[in-house]
Design a protein around this ligand. Structure first.
Ligand SMILES: [Zn+2]
Length: 403
């Protein structure tokens, strides 16, 4: 990118001054500029104004993007980049357990550095500025690929398994991420880059990660001001397993992930997460498809955020992403694609288009989910707005989301 650049477009929605929004606030009008100019100096916003008022810096290159509507680069709050090589290989449309059964044997396949790099480049090319990614063994590969693509990334280092190793302030990282993160265990690598600052320990889910580990990881994140993420209330099978200890997920996991002496807690997912102390400000719950209205009020009151993954939910057949219930009950929502094992691409704008087409959600609400709300959910205070001094990363909005 040249040092001094002026982008011209039919319309620009800069989101300047916009705060994260809940409930009715999501639908408030957004300020837009017609025949707009976005002036960038060294990749940062100098000004966002109408073309007539623009005074380009000396020597600036002008790029006219024509009849498009621009917005800040969007935020994909939930992804699994390291599983990119498994695109198209899992079973869809038959429910969560059928999908998981098809995924488990595939997890033995080696990661693909090329596949991860391609996925990151594709996201950046489609206007994603930052991604919240569930990380495992491929953490260093994913981090390097995201940075090469110019993509901001938060790594949620995922604990998985019902054994409960001691985790503390010094060793909060799941074993599969430790080699990249802990002093003394780091392979020869670029130690000047604070990878650890982009990471937070996370839980896979209530039915697959030990309660003690979930609690300790959440407490570590709260103490460090980082986001604690976990999959929550995704499928009917999850609810059935936690309530009764039976059903297809129980059959799949019993004796493999769940120890023989595991007993169902007899609680719905949200109540159990609350009991474990996992729900509060700084928590990012992913999916929430099975949450009822009363549970949404509990989630909202706690200050936790909810990442909706509408196309993933549709593809697996677990139910519809609960946009209306979450908004009616004032939950802070954002959007994620989930990984390529449950989606056709990682373009989070298409989650918004899906909600536009299936639930008639207006572009104002969708753009807020994609920008300021995603930034709030991932605690990225400098993302989601094209304001002077901030990053000049922008995206072209699809026609269905245009202003
Ligand atoms: Zn996921």
């Amino acid at each position: 990118m040249p040092d001094r650049l002026v982008i011209r477009a039919r319309t620009l929605v800069p989101m300047a001054g916009e705060a994260p929004a809940r409930g009715e606030q999501l639908f408030a009008p957004l300020r837009k500029l017609d025949d707009a100019a976005l002036v960038l100096v060294d990749g940062r916003v100098e000004e966002a104004v109408s073309w007539k008022r623009c005074s380009p810096p000396p020597g600036a290159e002008v790029r006219d993007l024509g009849e498009v509507c621009l917005a800040p680069a969007v935020i994909n709050a939930h992804c699994h980049l390291q599983l990119s090589h498994l695109a198209g290989k899992t079973r869809w449309g038959e429910g969560f357990s059928a999908w998981l059964e098809s995924l488990i044997p595939l997890l033995r396949e080696p990661f693909s550095a090329g596949g991860i790099a391609e996925a990151c480049e594709d996201m950046a090319a489609r206007g994603t500025g930052h991604v919240g990614d569930f990380a495992g063994e491929a953490l260093p590969l994913v981090d390097a690929a995201a940075r090469r693509a110019g993509l901001g990334i938060t790594h949620f280092c995922e604990w998985f398994g019902m054994d409960a190793p001691f985790i503390d302030a010094v060793r909060p990282w799941p074993p599969r991420c430790r080699a990249a993160l802990e002093p003394g265990e780091r392979p020869v690598a670029d130690v000047s880059v604070p990878l650890e600052a982009r990471c937070a320990p996370a839980g896979h889910a209530l039915y697959s990660t030990a309660p003690e580990v979930l609690r300790d990881a959440r407490q570590w994140c709260a103490a460090k001001g980082r986001v604690f993420a976990l999959h929550l209330a995704e499928s009917p099978e999850e609810t059935e397993l936690l309530l009764t200890g039976s059903g297809p997920l129980a059959e799949l996991y019993q004796g493999i992930v769940l120890p023989e002496d595991w007993r169902a807690p007899g609680m719905r997912p949200l109540a159990l997460a609350v009991k474990f102390g996992l729900v509060g400000a700084g928590t990012l719950a992913v999916h929430g498809v099975q949450l009822d209205a009363q549970e949404m009020t509990v989630l909202a009151a706690s200050g936790a955020a909810l990442c909706l993954c509408p196309r993933s939910n549709r593809n697996l057949g677990v139910g519809a992403a609960p946009f209306s219930a979450a908004v009616e009950n004032n939950v802070l929502c954002c959007l994620g694609t989930d990984g390529l094992t449950s989606n056709t691409d990682l373009d989070v704008r298409r989650e918004a288009v899906f909600l536009r087409e299936t639930c008639d959600v207006p572009p104002e609400a969708l753009l807020r989910l994609l920008t300021v709300n995603g930034a709030e959910a991932l605690r990225l205070p400098c993302s989601g707005r094209l304001e002077p001094g901030q990053s000049g990363s922008f995206c072209v909005l699809p026609e269905a989301l245009s202003f």
